[in-house]
Design a protein around this ligand. Structure first.
Ligand code: 1GP
Length: 251
């Protein structure tokens, strides 16, 4: 484990003191080696808080290799963000054990978790149970298709709020409001504010965030962690600017 105290304790402490966090999502399928080198170097220099590793569908078996490569180059915590129970590795520091609470697919609420449990029990990974809430981002995303679930309509704040409250009451440690990778519209700020006002646990927001302004909006609306994937795959040079914005009090 890289961080003492645990990554989750550290995130809760950051939340209490109003610090904002940035996670870069790396999809093992989409990263040519030269791009990985550049992204990791920029992230390490800027002090990015987390790398999330995973995708709805990962078709190569580069996960272990990718984790080792990143670890060789930096000490940024590596957090598995698995699309299914095949995307597991001991080489990360932590795993978001996602339960897709916006959907009604039992496999993604509990089924895959049962399959993964013996591996996770023996692993050194820090396990962070996370209520994963898919919100309509204006386009059918891979996560929507692969999970075979309906996203929460983007204007239905009340559904998002009740889902988040139920997730917190069930004992999940964090909530992830997700518009889906490559979403046309990120999760609306109004919905982030509504969810933030209803629960106390850390809130992660991602999907379709393509600019610093959009990240700042999400932080200001109450996200503790903003997750950015596609935009940084295309333009890693945005990383320092995003990190500067994360460090401004209030987002
Ligand atoms: C997906 O929220 C992440 O889980 C990142 O989405 O690739 O659209 O930034 P993007």
């Amino acid at each position: 484990m890289l961080l003492q105290p645990s990554l989750y304790t550290d995130l809760c402490r950051a939340r209490q003191s109003g610090e904002k966090r940035l996670a870069i999502l790396l999809d093992p399928d989409k990263l040519p080696p030269a791009r990985l080198e550049q992204t990791v170097a920029l992230a390490a220099e800027a002090g990015v808080h987390y790398f999330f590793i995973g995708g709805s569908l990962v078709v190569n078996d580069r996960l272990d290799e990718l984790l080792s490569e990143i670890r060789r180059r930096c000490t940024i915590p590596l957090v598995l963000f698995p699309g299914n129970s095949f995307q597991l590795s001991y080489r990360a520091d932590a795993i978001l054990l996602l339960s897709l609470i916006s959907g009604r697919n039992p496999e993604l609420l509990i089924g895959q978790h049962v399959i993964a449990a013996p591996f996770l029990k023996m692993s050194p990974l820090e396990i962070i149970s996370t209520g994963y809430m898919l919100v309509d981002g204006g386009v059918t995303t891979a996560v929507q298709y692969m999970s075979n679930t309906l996203p929460i309509p983007a204007h239905k704040d009340d559904i998002a709020v009740c889902t988040a409250m139920a997730g917190e009451m069930l004992g999940l440690k964090m909530l992830y409001l997700e518009a889906g990778s490559g979403a046309r519209q990120p999760v609306p700020t109004r919905m982030i504010e509504a969810v933030r006002g209803a629960v106390d646990i850390p809130l992660l927001v991602g999907g379709g965030i393509r600019s610093t302004a959009q990240a700042v909006e999400a932080w200001k609306a109450g996200a503790d962690v903003v997750v950015v994937g596609n935009a940084l795959e295309e333009s890693p040079e945005l990383i320092p600017e995003l990190m500067r914005s994360a460090k401004i009090p209030g987002g």
